[in-house]
Design a protein around this ligand. Structure first.
Ligand code: CUA
Length: 291
């Protein structure tokens, strides 16, 4: 188990056990007082003038308990902030509404693939709004914010498949902003990292960036479907005025870089302007032409 998981679970269990003990203790004392000091048995209450011994006890014991909680939390926090020098750095890019993972050799994927037994450092960024990278099995949760890089790390120890969620409400498809993490043997990771992608660049960009909102089967999603989009006649709204256009290269280019400019009739623009390399843009447009 990752040392971070252990330390977080330890502090959680400590707090839960203390809470159960306090709940049981306070409830029992309360019930006991209700019966023992009922009005029937004690007509005239006696005035008590304070007790130094009691005050010391109820100050010192809770202080010790919360200091232990503080120590456990602080230890976990420091452990999480200090990224090991030998960690493999993976860049995590959040955008509406998908996750992208970039590896040291430039490879990019929509599934986080990591080798077991190696420390993994995550550099988490967002291209639009605030998202949150959340991998509960690893007790990992870190906001992805535009304009800054948040860092965290973890140590995968078992091979398996784990869930990644977005834990910060980020709009229409927030709930669908999911990804998987595969933890694999180091040799398998090395082979995967070097493997040439089986799909073309345009298709890869489409899957990574567009597919959450634009379907290929003709069904409208958050955005218009891409099925048969090339040279289709489309009614769009530009600056509040409706007009008819034909989907050509210039139109696609504008719609990717400045999605708010021409909005397809019947849709609302929720798409952030896409920042991608010229090569990716070319490849994506070539791919869309064939759909
Ligand atoms: Cu991204 Cu919620």
């Amino acid at each position: 188990m990752s040392p971070i998981v252990q330390s977080i679970d330890q502090s959680l269990w400590f707090i839960i056990i203390v809470d159960i003990f306090l709940l049981a203790g306070i409830t029992a004392t309360m019930l006991c007082f209700v019966f023992r000091y009922s009005r029937k048995k004690n007509r005239k209450p006696e005035q008590i003038e304070g007790s130094l011994k009691l005050e010391i006890i109820w100050t010192v014991i809770p202080t010790i308990i919360v200091m232990i909680m503080f120590y456990l939390g602080y230890r976990g926090y420091i452990g999480r902030t200090k990224i090991p020098d030998d960690a493999i750095a993976v860049k995590v890019i959040a955008r509406k509404w998908s996750w992208e993972f970039q590896y040291p050799n430039g490879k990019s994927s929509d599934t986080l693939v990591v080798p077991v037994g190696k420390n993994i450092a995550l550099d988490i960024v967002s291209e639009d709004v605030v998202h949150s990278f959340y991998a509960p099995d690893f007790r990992l949760k870190m906001d992805a914010m535009p304009g800054r890089t948040n860092k965290t790390w973890f140590l995968p120890t078992y091979e398996g498949t784990y869930d990644i969620f977005c834990a910060e409400y980020c709009g229409t498809l927030h709930a669908g902003m999911l990804a998987k993490m595969l933890t694999v043997a180091p040799e398998k990771y090395a082979a995967w990292l070097e493997a040439v992608p089986t799909v073309g660049r345009g298709e890869a960009v489409f899957k990574q960036i567009c597919s959450a909102c634009h379907s290929l089967d003709g069904k409208p999603g958050v955005g218009p479907t891409f099925k048969g989009i090339w040279s289709r006649k489309e009614r769009v709204v530009t600056d509040g005025k409706e007009r008819e256009i034909i989907v050509d290269e210039a139109y696609l280019r504008t719609s990717i870089i400045e999605p708010a400019k021409d909005i397809t009739k019947g849709f609302q623009n929720v798409m952030p302007p896409q920042k991608m390399t010229d090569e990716d843009l070319e490849a994506l447009i070539e791919y869309i032409k064939e759909l």
